[in-house]
Design a protein around this ligand. Sequence first.
Ligand SMILES: C=C(O[C@@H]1C=C(C(=O)O)C=C[C@H]1O)C(=O)O
Length: 474
Amino acid sequence: MDTIQLDPSKAKSYEALHAFLQGCQLKAVEKGRSQLVSIAAESSILDPLAVLESIYEQRQQHFYIERRRDDLAIAGAEDAIRFSPSGPHRFGDAKEWMAEVLHHTIAVGDPSLPFFGPHFFCGFTFFDEVEEASPFPSSTLFVPRWQVVSSKGRCIAIANATIGGGDDVEAVAKRIWNANTKFRTFDYTVEDERSKRGRLEVLQTDECGGESAFQDAVSRALDLIDEGEFKKIVLARALDLQADQAFHPLEILNTLRERYEDCYAFSIANGKGQSFIGASPERLVSVAEGRVNVDVLAGTAPRGKTASEDARLGAGLLDSEKDRREHRIVHESVCRRLQSLGLEPKGDCHPVLKKLQNVQHLFVDVEAKLAGGIHLLDLVAELHPTPAVGGMPREAAVPRIKDHECFERGLYAGPIGWINAKGEGEFLVGIRSALVDGEKARLYAGVGVVKGSVPAREHLETNLKFQALKENLL
Ligand SMILES: C=C(O[C@@H]1C=C(C(=O)O)C=C[C@H]1O)C(=O)O
């Protein structure tokens, strides 16, 4: 990546921008390959979700992620460049593609700015192949045309564009100039469509495969566990909602980010009208300042209505042999997989409680020092799917999921996240999620099945997990 140290807010003229982009085009011609130009500038404080909402169009590609607890929100839309590898080597192919793009990137701005340079937004489906009619390909990777990041009292706006020998530099310059002007004095006014529309009503809710499908599947999985095929499998349900008007994914996220501040509120839109959204409590992996962190989250209990009921349910979860085993399976697998990459995982193996609005979980944060040469996507490739959403042993259990679920997982339980030019970033696990498609929404919720699981109880647990999305969609 070539870095040009410049304060774009001081290089104030459109002519200067145009001349600079012409220089980039010359470079593209010299190199025989288009260049990605990424211009970063500090802006006044903006709310990335509100920015995205103000320019929202159902058929526009976008990405949004926010975790209130970390005071970090990122939003971006439209693609400057994209790639969709599929199959068993998709993570490796994605890594190579990113390296190639960065090799042909000209990054402009102050390199000491947080979030300087291009960011790759990523959404990987649970399985490495998808059906032909799937709304999302097995990998979605893109650098957006524009991006806003807000973190710890600072806000960075980024414009990205690819410039090749045959591109219309003037059109690119105009687009960037207009975006820059817009972000400097951002006007949040959007027509309040919702108040005009009236309250949304869900007309129909259908369980994929029918009412009894899930409990039957759990019973069959328990037989396979008894027969010694595997120790754990995660099985999910899908609920299809039909409303009287279109769901608005970003309006739902505004509530989710407030109510679930310990979770990642996220949305990824495919540019064809569908968005995959959610409030996930689970980080698959993050890399920052030479540290790797992985959440081990498994084992679930309801929240109590009073302090004492809540504490009793929490204590019961911590004491539950079955839930401890479920958690231990994930913990051991995560540590083993980090070790196989040459990392030394630290962190207490005794779980604590992670309390969300609707449920509480057993939780451990596993940390390791990043060793040279390991890329965030190497970590994703090794860890996904952890037994928190797949099974144990992975090779025996994960291929059996499809025999027990009657819907395609798509992005449900897949790795969704971002990577910056330094290779830092984070991926969440796409659970507590929904696929929103106009007036339709499909909600997902799953549970870990181990020896001792009871089908009716697992069914209740999925009902609790559905709550996060269900109560906010309506
Ligand atoms: C699979 C899901 O959640 C996972 C399963 C859990 C469990 O079985 O206790 C807990 C947290 C998650 O790792 C889901 O929410 O869909």
